[in-house]
Design a protein around this ligand. Sequence first.
Ligand SMILES: [Zn+2]
Length: 377
Amino acid sequence: MAYKLLKQEGSARRGAFETVHGTVQTPAFMNVATAGAIKGGLSAFDLKDIRCQVMLCNTYHLHLRPGDKLVADLGGLHKFTRWQGPILTDSGGFQVFSLAKLRKITEEGVAFSSHLDGHRIFMGPEESMQIQANLGSTIAMAFDECVENPAPYSYSKDSCARTTRWLRRCKAEMARLKSEGKAVNPDQLLFGINQGCTFEDLRVEHMKEIAQLDLDGYAIGGLAVGEPAPVMYQIISAVEPHMPREKIRYLMGVGTPGNILEAVYRGVDLFDCVMPSRNARHGHLNTWNGIINIKNAKYERDESPIDPECDCPVCKNFSRAYIRHLFKADEMLGMRLAVMHNLYFYNHLMERIRQELDAGTFGQFHDHYVQLLDTRI
Ligand SMILES: [Zn+2]
């Protein structure tokens, strides 16, 4: 069994997830390296310094550039990027539905035009699994339909059924690729994705269905796409009792530190989000007292670190005044240092959550920080 539940406090879970590329201590936050690099100029070496456990790469982007066949020829993503820890690749589905143009969805899959040069591409469950087999990630995500929010009930229902059919095809295709020796990582894991928009009954029914497929992990997708946060929490609470207890659970694309605390509280183990790196590139930095805007004039002569409580490589060495100056002067280093700090903050937040769960004090930790960390100061 890959996932080991070590301790539980209410619904919150402290666990360990074993993979061929190392053990992930959960709850954990995956650091998003869209095209094999964190936006902001961070490499695999930096990821170690900021205590990243899992790197997440995007199938759609890597399929377009440099092409997954080239990555396979060069030994897969681990060898290509030099990150030796676990890598999760998404299915490409989310980008196909959010970035690509002129989509046409059929039972077979989705035909669409590349957002880069407009050339026609077809991606279905088999193609997504083939691309991810070439990338050689530790964890592959199943190809699902990402429905727009809000969506009509009947469309959402049909889409859930199709996503289940696609999931069966993903599982079969991954097995075929492995048995024919066509997977760069023969131990690649497969996670299924729960869908159903904001309809509780569809969500629960779909979760029950995919739980029977005995996958390596289960994700909740299609949330944090514009619905109010309380609706998201309600869906997680409704779906959670139907997620297999002995499998790892991943909430896709979430979120703020407050969102993460609320989701851990409701039994989620794994997260990813572009928010910390994107916010950092705009000068919005996470601290244990809330979010600061480093471009603010009040930091012009401030010699203290971004967060006096943070022991990241940036806070150990540089002042707010210096980082503010770098932003004002449009120096690339400003963005790089900001991204390093924010990702470290998220990774460290997860570490703190794990410590609190180990000590049985997560409830108090949650109550103290859930509002505070998302406050702009
Ligand atoms: Zn820091």
